[in-house]
Design a protein around this ligand. Sequence first.
Ligand code: 13P
Length: 334
Amino acid sequence: MTAASLAETAKAIVADGKGILAADESFPTIKKRFDPLGIESTEDNRRSYREMLFRAPEAEKYISGVILFDETIRQKAADGTSLVELLESRGIIPGIKVDGGAKPLAGHPDETVTEGLDGLRARLEDYAGLGARFTKWRAVYRIDEEIPTAACLSANAHALARYAALAQDAGLVPIVEPEVLMDGEHDIDICDMVTEEVLRGVYAELAIQDVELEGTLLKPNMVLSGKDCAEQASVQEVAERTVRCLKRAVPAAVPGIVFLSGGQSDEQATEHLNAMNKLGESLPWKLSFSYGRALQAAPLKAWAGKTENVGAAQQAYLDRAKANGEAALGRYAA
Ligand code: 13P
């Protein structure tokens, strides 16, 4: 795999009006999504649910790629086709989450470092053989008094950079995901400051590890008021601050920035992305989406584990995908 083909894949993922469905929930996370709806988290239910999304008619108009979980990349649809082939047959690029999750950071009780570098080269080769063309690794930063610490910033940036270099070696586009959580009472100024510091640190480490930025994508949080902050920033302010923060910290060689939704409502996530793309600024990178909850909350609720709801659930998913596809062009109207 050449640097040029990595860059080509990265660009295809952020083609005009398209973004990513993040369907890479780990076992505990998918259980947490299924539980409130009374859906049992069995292998078969997880497969049926994801297959329903992957088969949704016309999704490929707005969805360029899907991030899979280890179980899913090995699963077959009800008719025996592999789920990877199913996506490929629709022109949707299969990707895979490769991190081992956020684990307690030694000496820093309230912080985490994402693990999973040991044995990663072999796992990446396995995933490439299974048809993955891009990968994701998520680092998590919580805001509170005195945190994130320099230790947390440095450990996670280093791991993200080592991961990104290994992914490119295996011919896979790395999506670098540093997520500053929206949990907490902090205001938007703090989120802005922390996000900028996190991103600067991540790009410094990517440079040290000689990662080819043209063959990467960034998946960051938006710059938001903390969820429990008394004063919530307007859509316009979120858009302006997020774009300004990214302009300060993300090199122009990166082809695309695909936001996570991170606990925003689906409508908020769409409106924020739309407002950024409507600013009319000339930006070096595409701004699109790689949403999990913001794309899936509505279809999951509509499906509720019942075969007779598949059509309605696929329509609910398509509605969100279309809205976000339009937002990626700054053409969404609520
Ligand atoms: P959310 O959009 O639900 O934050 O999920 C995106 C994701 O992949 C988190 O790692």
